[in-house]
Design a protein around this ligand. Structure first.
Ligand code: SF4
Ligand code: SF4
Length: 350
């Protein structure tokens, strides 16, 4: 049960208009216990949120977004735009003693309303999708495993390099010009009908393959969550590269590895990239924030469609945390950090 004393204290500090809104919303709150717990917490997530770091206003801190999210019942509500300001890197969930997922809660709230901000971001994303569709149109090929690049792989010029590596490793993979999007922006922006339609189409396409591999950790996660047998491209590469091929590379060069948020926190892929880089002859250095405590590159999720300037600020902050050339395993991180993707690195040494 929600603590009535706490609710009374919140209400006592708001204006009349907000009080009336709260009075309507509070009885309907299904997650009241979660808010109560959150309000008792000494804000453990405040200093891990890259969005708060970039914008320096409390309204966009995870706890305030989480709490405002529960009370938002009208898109004209002045704080509603803050509810789009999430990467979603999940750093706050890692730090949260109550195991609250702010990003999932925000996604749920966004799906309840249509806003001008959301519509603008959706249009921008659909424009990008048309470009990817054009680029994919002549790439069709047959194979056992579907190679699903995802939109950011094209934007970071990683598509052709990945094809080259898969061919070099003699992997039997296909490409479908119809399989271009996992629907992440629809899901994050709250366009659930569009997300489901896209996912149904994707499920039909992927059915005829033994599995799917993608460069993008977020695409992999979304496909897995929706029952598609998907894996990160690293799994296919690791299975196919022989120790002998790696030892032959003899590189001896120093690099720093950046953990992509979703790859590290959601897919749990932490040791594999480091091990393969070491076997290929690299000395792998760690930045200040590393492993599951990584720091987002700023280009995750929908945030860069909503606020490109602050997304860039996050990216600059992250770049400063590295001493050596950055290597990563995600097309968005590659683009944001001017890094090299592990696909490119391996292609050069094999
Ligand atoms: S979201 Fe979690 S860590 Fe952040 S203030 Fe609430 S309970 Fe604390
Ligand atoms: S998921 Fe990341 S960006 Fe979103 S509120 Fe949590 S820490 Fe901030």
């Amino acid at each position: 049960m929600i603590n009535p004393k706490l609710v009374a204290r919140i209400i006592a500090h708001t204006d009349t208009k907000t009080k009336l809104r709260l009075a309507k919303v509070i009885p309907k709150l299904g997650k009241a216990d979660e808010i109560t717990k959150c309000m008792l917490c000494p804000n453990m997530c405040l200093h891990v949120c890259p969005v708060f770091d970039a914008e320096r206003r409390l309204t966009v801190s995870p706890s305030v977004k989480a709490r405002l999210g529960y009370f938002a019942n009208d898109p004209s509500y002045e704080v509603f735009e803050a509810l789009y300001r999430c990467l979603p890197c999940n750093a706050c969930k890692e730090a949260c003693p109550m195991d609250i997922s702010v990003s999932e809660n925000l996604r749920e709230i966004r799906s309840k309303f249509k806003t001008e901000l959301g519509e603008k971001a959706k249009n921008e994303f659909e424009r990008r999708m048309e470009e990817v569709e054009r680029k994919m149109s002549n790439k069709e090929r047959d194979g056992k495993i579907l190679y699903f690049p995802g939109c950011s792989t094209f934007e970071s010029n990683l598509f052709d390099r990945t094809l080259e590596l898969l061919e070099k490793l003699n992997l039997d993979f296909g490409v479908s010009p119809d399989a271009i999007c996992c629907g992440m922006p629809y899901m994050e922006l709250g366009y659930i009908r569009e997300f489901r339609e896209n996912m149904e189409k994707l499920k039909k396409i992927t059915k005829k393959y033994e599995g799917v591999v993608s460069n993008c950790p977020h695409c992999v996660l979304i496909m897995q969550e929706n029952g598609i047998k998907a894996a990160h491209i690293l799994s296919a590469i690791i299975g196919a590269v022989s120790e002998l091929q790696l030892r032959g590379s003899n590189v001896l060069s120093e690099i720093s590895y950046h953990d992509p948020c979703i790859l590290a926190r959601k897919l749990g892929i932490l040791d594999e990239p480091r091990n393969i880089l070491r076997k290929a002859g690299f000395t792998v250095h760690e930045p200040i924030y590393t492993g599951k405590e990584t720091y987002c590159c700023g280009f995750g999720g929908i945030y860069r469609f909503i606020d490109p300037e602050n997304a860039e600020k996050i990216s600059e902050r992250r770049k400063q945390q590295f001493e050596y050339e950055i290597v990563t395993a995600c097309p968005s991180c590659k683009q944001s950090l001017n890094a090299r993707d592990i696909v490119e690195v391996l292609l050069d040494v094999l």
